[in-house]
Write a protein that binds this ligand. Structure first.
Ligand SMILES: [Zn+2]
Length: 290
């Protein structure tokens, strides 16, 4: 090799090294890699110190990260009415003593077909008088505002547990509902049939965010698990917890009933992540446990 060639090779190497450095990429994995509508998915940003600041978004909607497995993870809820197909995500990492890192890409959201469910309920539960209509709308807004509130502390740990100890999983998540012949909003939870009086337990640790009696949900308990994750328990006959109370996974919240708009005793179990309505039964299989 001539001297000029050696110098050139060294320069190329140097350029290569510095450009690789400038493009220092964060390593991000999605779980599952192709989530479905209604799933609770999660992203892991690998090799990030606990003290680092990690931020990111999907479709411009912010994610909330927490230290996990030598990196930082965030839940991403895929709302039951999100469009299937590719959605853009990005992540940024600022870590003391290291160059800032970032990554971006797209995730493919797989479609899921929901069945159509025809229900017949008393007309007073569908054709509301103006006062009841106002009440139901106000209650809906109160719930939506609560679900958008992000408590910065992560309270959930380990595996999620089924909210009632019956055989079989919940049913009907995402069903496009036709009630008394009129199309209504899709079913945002999963129904567990169980006899009246069956204990209903907390799916994981959290804080009681709301205990109320609302028109459609009936007697209800909502748990805040932190970082934007909430679980909801509707149509209860009785409640056994108070707002603000901390609860452990498996702790009794109340009993199964048929309060509100219910065709019979059952638990309506719901879950949201940053306002996205997810299939709560996918929480039970969440592979992110510690
Ligand atoms: Zn339901």
């Amino acid at each position: 090799m001539t001297r000029a060639r050696v110098v050139l090779a060294a320069l190329v190497l140097l350029l290569f090294a510095s450009s690789a450095h400038a493009a220092d990429k964060a390593v991000v994995t999605w779980h599952p890699s192709k989530p479905r509508i209604g799933d609770v998915a999660w992203l892991l940003v690998k090799d990030v110190a606990e003290a680092a600041t990690v931020e990111g978004s999907v479709d411009g909607k912010p994610l909330t990260f927490f230290p996990y497995a030598g990196g930082h993870a965030a839940l991403f809820g895929i709302d039951l009415e999100m469009k299937p197909g590719t959605h853009a995500w990005r992540v940024g990492v600022v870590e003391p003593g290291r160059e800032p890192r970032s990554a971006q890409g797209s995730v493919k959201i797989v479609r899921r077909d929901f069945h159509v469910e025809r229900l017949t309920v008393p007309n007073t539960m569908v054709d509301l008088d103006p006062e009841t209509e106002r009440r139901a709308v106000a209650e809906g807004k109160q719930l939506a505002a609560l679900y958008r509130t992000i408590t910065p502390e992560r309270m959930w740990r380990g595996k999620f547990t089924a909210p009632v100890g019956t055989n079989g999983t919940g049913k009907g998540f995402g069903a496009r509902r036709i009630i008394n012949g009129q199309p209504r909003s899709p079913h945002s939870g999963s129904d567990f049939s169980a006899p009246k009086g069956t204990p209903v337990v907390a799916a994981n640790a959290g804080k009681v965010a709301l205990v109320a009696e609302f028109f459609f949900p009936g007697r209800l308990v909502i748990l805040d698990h932190g970082l934007g994750l909430y679980t909801a328990y509707f149509h209860l006959d009785t409640t056994a917890v108070n707002e603000g109370e901390r609860v452990e996974r498996g702790q009794t919240l109340g009993t199964v009933g048929a309060t509100g708009r219910a065709t019979g005793p059952h638990l309506h179990f719901g879950a949201q992540v940053a306002g996205a309505r997810i299939d709560p039964t996918t929480l039970l299989g969440l592979a992110l446990i510690d």
